[in-house]
Design a protein around this ligand. Structure first.
Ligand code: IPE
Ligand code: IPE
Ligand code: MG
Length: 250
């Protein structure tokens, strides 16, 4: 239904997802939260496949935040094991998708670090799309890391403080290999960013839906893209300026 409404010439290059609502989805079914996480992880693969077929070049999935470490230990362990299970090479190879992870890798169990490194290496030549998983990620942590590295480079004489621009800051972020997301989707009804891509989403179009992540299907993705395509992105200019510039481009 929504798919036909998508303008294929104006697809977002990067869509970021805050996959929220797994626990509530399970609880509404009288199940344990883990049941929702498992359904949510499968959904992540479905959306990756669908987005890749559509032609979305980058998709970033917020799977586990720095703050999520403070959940009950059993839930944290479940989420770590689940992620390892979903790093199957086959689905990435079949879809020609490159895998990347952003976040504090050193905090992850060795087994997971190994699985991530293996998959990144195996998929490094895949070029239909990029699936980026944000795990043990938060922008405040990412910024701390960036500032430390920048200061170190200044001390080592590799970086001149006068030359620091927003592009320099971009280059010190974990997301430096991809464009900023044009569209940021959060499922599960909450309207907040929860420490996700705060710097990168400065001009993202935000799309909030009450749908819980395990119910976020292809149709939901198409609907979000159609909604995005109906917005006028002004970047500080007036609506008239934006219309004039679009006319000149034609
Ligand atoms: C999102 O679902 C997944 C993670 C944060 C790991 P939640 O587990 O936050 O689900 P709700 O918000 O409690 O329903
Ligand atoms: C955000 O979900 C993090 C992920 C989806 C991984 P949370 O459920 O942890 O967010 P808050 O705590 O409700 O803001
Ligand atoms: Mg939540």
């Amino acid at each position: 239904m929504y798919k036909e409404q998508i303008d294929m010439t104006r697809l977002p290059e990067h869509i970021a997802f805050i996959m929220d609502g797994n626990g509530r989805w399970a609880q509404a079914r009288g199940q344990e939260r883990s049941f929702g996480h498992s359904a949510g992880a499968d959904r992540m693969h479905d959306i990756m496949t669908c987005g890749t077929r559509l032609g979305i070049k980058y998709m970033t999935y917020y799977a586990f935040s720095t703050e999520n470490w403070s959940r009950p230990e059993a839930e944290v362990n479940y989420l770590l094991d689940l992620m390892i299970k979903h790093l199957e090479e086959e689905i990435f190879m079949k879809n020609n998708v490159r895998f990347r992870i952003i976040g504090e890798m050193s905090r992850l169990p060795q087994k997971m670090q190994d699985a991530c490194n293996h998959l990144m290496e195996r998929t490094k030549n895949n070029d239909a799309s990029n699936m980026v998983v944000a795990f043990s990620y938060s922008t405040r942590w990412e910024m701390q890391r960036a500032v430390r590295n920048m200061v170190k480079d200044v001390q080592d004489g590799k970086l001149n403080p006068e030359d620091i621009t927003d592009k320099t800051i971009d280059s010190y972020q974990m997301t430096n290999f991809m464009p900023n997301p044009e569209l940021l989707v959060r499922t599960g009804g909450e309207q907040r960013l929860s420490n996700f891509l705060l710097w990168q989403a400065a001009y993202s179009e935000l799309y909030f839906t009450d749908t819980y992540w395990p119910d976020f299907d292809e149709e939901c993705l198409y609907k979000a893209i159609v909604d995005y395509q109906h917005r006028q992105r002004r970047f500080g200019k007036t609506g008239e300026q934006v219309v004039d510039e679009a006319k000149k481009e034609k």
